[in-house]
Design a protein around this ligand. Structure first.
Ligand code: GTP
Ligand code: SPV
Ligand code: MN
Length: 582
């Protein structure tokens, strides 16, 4: 017996019987255990040691070349009724899915060790935290889970007292994309994933549990599980503000969460609570409190450097596992946007020369680190009660249309703003890049149930509270033919500053059909080298373009049929009406 929890012991025994491993290892989550895994992977070639003088304790993992991103077309929500999964998800009947997976999992661990990883999402002593157990045959997954979650003995103890956990079963299988499936059974609190060793497909505590399964639980229990960063902003007076922001994958969450204030903002401090996922609970006074269920970052590497984000750069310079970056002639990791070094091998391990027009690092190459590596780490990331949220920001990657920032008129309008998010696709998921698609609340790939029910759930909070956060929309990615109009990164604090002043009711704003925008001069641009016409372009709201956008949004909403909340259509009609009068 490895645990006093019979359900857990029985399940582990059953999985071992089906998958037939040579050995079963229960993870204790100790540093020693992590070091043993690293040593084992260096030996097997799963990891390569990087230059430990300049990048202490950093390693490189090269994925299978067909396995470098999430696979949304192979990700399923298996609810007994198809309507509960909704048009936003791939669906399979649970019995059919289980029998398909039973076949694929049969004997898949023969010759391998099976690892059992008890983990806790959120601070061990928080009532908001939830536990899970991931079974995997991948030492790389174990090492990543060690950095990303609170895993091992303490989590197991919580599971034994609480007697509740999400079951996650993972095998890399034979990495054949034809036999790759990421399946979720929300009604059974179960996840089964096979055929991929990559990030969101394989680290089951992340998107599979903390978003898809947790969003389902959150619906039943009246809270929210969201694809949001959580950031703390302290002004020179010492007032602290907590903001949660949802942007689609590879659209700037980690960077905003780790923002470095520009020189013209002396005395401002920015600290990170979370960079990817937030769980929000309403207290008796109607305020939302947020915890970060994770304990580490699985961040996009390309574009990270001392100038764009010094904190992120410091964070990934030690104790990091790199996935799919290149290497330099002195064995440092290398990626597009790194400022120094001479790259000689690409992410596949092939020879590389700087004049090549191929990518050296994969565009979705990642670093995995403990959150405590971050110079801007906030101790409140470990606070059992979380932090009180004053503003929620939605955003997307839009080279056109969406202005730098606007504010929703009220909560229900804000739900429309979130539900309407459109964003250009990125390398974080397999498929075309740069195509605008609807990505409501940045949750398109991650909502474990029908979006129509999800929006109704969001709308329901306006009936429960007078104390809700204000809702905003931002777009750092608007372009002209010369590139991005807004410098982004640290300069985004200028926009957060406006948002905070709006939350404090300190300043007015200009009303437009799509929401409130800053009055000219209210976004502090001192010290910024940005042409007046570019600044104007950043705030242009073209009524015709917006009417076309609202039409597309309506067509998208129509996919949800009768189940779509009428309130959302009302909000939509109000915006169309205001635009038509322009
Ligand atoms: P996931 O981990 O996939 O959820 O991504 P994320 O939302 O955390 O995105 P991240 O902060 O890692 O940024 C993704 C890419 O966008 C990186 O290449 C960044 O360099 C770039 N980026 C982030 N913020 C900005 C910004 O304000 N302006 C511009 N132009 N690029 C940005
Ligand atoms: C994302 O794609 O939103 C990520 C990376 O944060 S993954 O863990 O692969 O989901
Ligand atoms: Mn993400």
């Amino acid at each position: 017996m490895n645990t006093t929890n019979k359900e857990l012991q029985n399940w582990v025994d059953q999985v071992a019987k089906l998958t037939n491993p040579t050995a079963v290892h229960w993870c204790d989550g100790s540093n020693q255990e992590y070091q043993n895994f690293i040593a084992q992977m260096l030996e097997s070639g799963d990891l390569l040691k990087l230059n430990h003088e300049t990048f202490p304790n950093c390693y490189l993992h090269r994925s299978d070349q067909t396995d470098v991103a999430r696979v949304e077309h192979l990700t399923f929500i298996c609810t007994s009724k198809q309507e509960d999964a909704g048009p936003n998800n791939n669906w399979m009947d649970p019995d059919e899915a289980h029998s398909k997976l039973d076949n694929l999992f049969k004997d898949c661990m023969s010759g391998r060790t099976m690892y059992v990883i008890p983990y806790c999402l959120g601070p061990i002593d928080s009532v908001y935290s939830r536990c899970g157990v991931e079974i995997t045959d991948s030492p790389y997954v174990v090492a990543n889970m060690f950095l990303m979650t609170r895993m091992g003995t303490k989590a197991l103890q919580r599971i034994e007292t609480e007697n509740k956990f999400v079951k996650g079963m993972h095998s890399i299988g034979d990495l054949n994309p034809e036999k790759r499936f990421i399946m979720h059974f929300p009604e059974e609190l179960t996840i089964r994933s096979i055929g991929s060793g990559y990030g969101g497909n394989a680290l089951l505590g992340k998107k599979c549990h903390a978003l898809r399964i947790a969003s389902w639980q959150a619906l039943k229990e009246k809270w929210l599980a969201e694809h949001m960063l959580i950031v703390e902003i302290e002004n020179p007076e010492g007032d602290k503000f907590y903001i949660a922001a949802a942007f689609p994958s590879a659209c700037g969450k980690t960077n905003l969460a780790m923002l470095i204030p520009p020189d013209t903002y002396p005395g401002w401090k920015v600290r990170t609570i979370g960079d990817d996922i937030a769980w929000l609970h309403m207290d008796n006074s109607g305020r939302f409190w947020a915890i970060n269920p994770e304990a580490g970052y699985f961040g996009v590497v390309p574009g990270t450097n001392q100038d764009t984000n010094q904190n992120a750069y410091e964070t990934l310079k030690r104790d990091a596992i790199y996935t799919n970056v290149g290497i330099t002639d002195n064995n440092e990791p290398w990626w597009e946007g790194k400022l120094e070094g001479n790259p000689t091998k690409d992410w596949k391990g092939d020879d590389y020369s700087s004049d090549s027009n191929q990518d050296c690092a994969h565009p979705n190459s990642r670093f995995t680190v403990s959150a405590k590596n971050n110079p801007g780490y906030s101790e409140l990331a470990d606070s059992p009660s979380g932090v009180p949220i004053c503003a929620i920001i939605f955003g997307g990657r839009r080279s056109e249309l969406a202005p730098l920032v606007y504010e929703a008129k009220d909560w229900n309008h804000g739900v429309l703003v979130g539900a309407s998010v459109g964003s250009e696709t990125t390398a974080a998921a397999a498929g075309d890049v740069g195509i605008v698609r609807r990505d409501p609340m940045a949750m398109k790939p991650f909502c474990g149930y029908n979006f129509a029910d999800y929006w109704r759930h969001w709308l329901s909070f306006s009936e429960q509270s007078q104390n809700l956060p204000k809702i905003f929309h931002v777009n750092w990615f608007r372009k002209n033919d010369q590139g991005f109009l807004w410098p982004g990164f640290g300069e985004n604090l200028r926009v957060l500053d406006w948002i905070i002043q709006r939350c404090q009711n300190k300043i007015d704003a200009k009303e437009t059909p799509i929401g409130y925008v800053p009055i000219k001069g209210d976004i502090d641009t001192s010290g910024l080298d940005i042409a007046d016409e570019n600044l104007d372009a950043l705030f242009t709201i073209d009524p015709d373009q917006w009417l076309a956008e609202m039409n597309e949004i309506k067509e998208y909403f129509n996919e949800f049929g009768e189940r779509l909340p009428k309130q959302l259509l009302n909000e939509h009609a109000k915006v169309v009406d205001a635009l038509s009068k322009k």
